[in-house]
Design a protein around this ligand. Structure first.
Ligand SMILES: [Zn+2]
Length: 231
């Protein structure tokens, strides 16, 4: 129930945009200006987009898309940081809903299940949540398919992969993932989701693990994609 106390709180703590800190209406997390500034890839229907090309060098995927481009010091990097380290899980929901709406009538509609890249349980405990969870759940809702978070697990805590060379990255990620019950995934087209793709090593490591299950196809959807490798 709305009370005068709410009004008082609202004056003390007005809602602000997570991008530019300007005041926004209640329950809004990004202002219209910031929303329009986000660098959308709009490459969801192209099966030769840069993300597909990157992942095809590493694994066998059916489709791949990303909502935004990721740039150093850019707005997307700032928002992903808040999503990952500052409990701003609402950003994941917003981006999942946005991408889901864009994927209507796309080949992604043939996916059966949404599967998030899992965190190692120690990292999960430290952070308290998986930052791709809300993104994946909203995406599943829009595509009207199930979200399956517990069946793909990560039993190896990997260090930041970006600073390693390709050979070291592949060695780090090898055997990092496993599946609890492969019958849940057998014969299914899985939509693997993650926050940011940089080298593609983590996603391809997970995809290679999933592709060992009979009849599995893997597609990929992420919030952001770094077109050029990060320094
Ligand atoms: Zn803003």
């Amino acid at each position: 129930m709305y009370t005068v106390f709410d009004d008082f709180l609202q004056t003390l703590f007005p809602n602000y945009c997570l991008g530019c800190k300007s005041a926004v209406p209640k329950k809004t997390i990004l202002c219209l200006h910031c929303l329009s500034e986000l660098p959308a890839t709009n490459s969801h229907f192209s099966n030769s987009n840069p993300l597909v090309k990157l992942l095809h060098q590493l694994t066998t995927i059916s489709y791949a898309t990303s909502l935004f481009y990721f740039e150093q010091q850019g707005l997307v990097q700032q928002l992903i940081h808040q999503l990952k380290y500052m409990n701003r899980e609402q950003l994941g929901s917003l981006f999942g809903a946005q991408l889901g709406q864009k994927l209507v009538n796309s080949p992604f509609l043939s996916c059966d299940l949404v599967v998030p890249i899992p965190l190692h349980k120690r990292r999960h405990r430290q952070r308290g949540y998986n930052q791709v969870s809300q993104f994946g759940q909203q995406l599943a809702k829009q595509l009207q398919i199930d979200y399956v978070p517990q069946n793909l697990v990560r039993h190896k805590a990997t260090k930041t992969l970006v600073r390693l060379n390709a050979h070291q990255r592949t060695a780090q990620i090898k055997d990092a993932f496993s599946v609890v019950d492969s019958s849940v995934f057998a014969g299914k087209h899985l939509l693997l989701v993650d926050d940011v793709v940089t080298t593609g090593t983590t996603l391809s490591g997970a995809a290679n693990c999933l592709l060992q299950i009979k009849g599995v196809r893997v597609s990929v959807a992420t919030i952001a994609f770094a077109k050029s490798p990060l320094p």
